[in-house]
Design a protein around this ligand. Structure first.
Ligand code: HEC
Ligand code: HEC
Length: 388
């Protein structure tokens, strides 16, 4: 075994033991977000089934991931040559293909996504904060909504969000449809109501015709949610170099990027960032090994994370692990948008999530790997402020 391999294999001795000791594999939410019991969402039985299925799936992924970090398996410690294993043996899977959904519904959803009539002041559309021309977000630490005051948390990319079993940093919505109600009715975001939106859309003959063709009951809240969420389900970004490598194209990654992926696994990042979305399917406390928020000047209510949803003390500072798909083009980072570079983000997660320092050389290789996760929308690579 060469020196590099030895170095990487030695990395593997601590993080998982520590993470297990910290209950890393018991990180699924045990309570239902409040939206579940309220409002128009009246199919709790079905939703419970989905939740259970999602938990089981996420649980499987998690245990597969942890199991796959069998520190004695020799091929996991070999750096050169890196032999791409079968995708199912990797803790990360390629993105699924874009689903083939009713094209007329997708087009209607897309039209609604870009329509500022959805906001009270007629100025904001979903695309104002989720720019599909760049990275599915807006490069701001905090987007500004209806009242022009910065929002409490950073806007996540809309791309690939359909793969997450829960929506939002604190996972309070468990479907794309449910998520729409929050943003439309939030006085800080679109500050609108369904009755106003429906009245506005009914004055537009094109909407009346399109809804009439697709839905027996025409324009109503549920059909608007259905159209938008159908469109959102097509917002996947396949075609990243890393996915091509996972699918067997050995040339898709260079040596540093492959080494970066080995380090990503060896340091234990895949305990939290795994599955097709490289995150999004687990909840974790920020600051497992040290108190992250102690360093902050002021703790905001949004920093309490899932505590705001469940009211349980053990959920304080717990967040949905973010997806790392397209992460090189989605700066700034973290729920509060406080981190500007991938380098800094990795230093912080190393310290607070893994309890260690990662040498700069290794960070650079991990960044090189993360840059291979940028995928394509409508055939074009996503763009953003270049993350160093
Ligand atoms: C004013 C800016 C703004 C507008 C307008 C906006 N969003 Fe968002 N969006 C956000 C922010 C901020 C979050 C994160 C909120 C949170 O986690 O609490 C978010 C989160 C989301 C998420 C969850 C993503 C994830 O990974 O958790 C989805 C899906 C989404 N928005 C869709 C939409 C749709 C659909 C619309 C239009 C109906 C819309 N947004 C309009 C700012 C905006
Ligand atoms: C114990 C779980 C856990 C581990 C292990 C972990 N992370 Fe994370 N990671 C998180 C959480 C939770 C956040 C969100 C932090 C926040 O929003 O304040 C995060 C955020 C990030 C971000 C910023 C993403 C964004 O969009 O804001 C990057 C980049 C990242 N992690 C990379 C890594 C790397 C690289 C490793 C391994 C060295 C790693 N993480 C290990 C849980 C983890």
């Amino acid at each position: 075994m060469n020196t590099e391999s030895n170095k990487i294999s030695m990395l593997k001795t601590t993080p998982f033991d520590k993470l297990r000791a910290n209950g890393i594999n018991q990180s699924f939410p045990k309570t239902h977000p409040p939206g579940h019991q309220t409002g128009n969402h009246s199919r709790p039985g079905l939703k419970n089934c989905w939740r259970l299925l999602c938990c089981l799936l996420a649980g499987c992924v998690s245990s597969i991931s942890l199991a796959s970090h069998n520190f004695t398996t020799p091929d996991r410690t070999t750096l050169a040559p890196v032999i791409p294993t079968h995708p199912s043996e990797e803790p990360i899977q390629p993105l699924p293909a874009i689903p083939k959904l009713n094209p007329a519904k997708v087009t209607l959803g897309e039209k609604l996504f870009f329509d500022p009539r959805l906001s009270a002041n007629g100025k904001l559309s979903c695309a104002s904060c989720h720019d599909l021309e760049t990275n599915g977000a807006d490069h701001q630490a905090h987007s500004r909504g209806h009242d022009d005051i910065p929002l409490a948390v950073n806007t996540p990319s809309i791309f690939n969000s359909a793969l997450n079993p829960w929506q939002f940093w604190d996972g309070r919505a468990h479907s794309l449809k449910e998520q729409i109600d929050y943003v439309i009715e939030n006085p800080r975001e679109m500050a609108n109501s369904w009755s106003v939106i429906i009245r506005r859309l009914k004055t537009r003959p094109d909407y009346v015709r399109k809804f009439g063709n697709l839905y027996a009951d025409g324009i109503n809240a549920d059909n608007i949610r259905n159209a938008i969420s159908t469109f959102e389900r097509t917002l996947l970004t396949p075609g990243s170099r890393f996915d091509r490598w996972l699918q067997g194209d050995e040339q898709a990654l260079d040596a540093n990027e492959k080494k970066g992926y080995q380090l990503f696994k060896a340091y234990g990042c895949t305990a939290c960032h795994q599955g097709a979305n490289i995150g999004g399917n687990l909840f974790q406390k920020i600051g497992i090994f040290a108190d992250y928020f102690q360093q902050q000047d002021k703790i905001q209510p949004a920093d309490y994370g899932r505590f705001n949803v469940s009211g349980r003390e053990q959920d304080r500072y717990v967040f949905r692990v973010p997806s790392l798909r397209n992460v090189a083009v989605t700066a700034p980072y973290f729920h509060d948008g406080s981190v500007n570079t991938l380098h800094e983000a990795i230093q912080l997660v190393a310290r607070y999530q893994l309890g260690r320092t990662i040498p700069d050389d290794d960070i650079q290789d991990i960044v090189a790997f993360l840059q291979t996760l940028t995928g394509k929308y409508k055939g074009r690579l996503l763009t953003g402020r270049v993350a160093p």
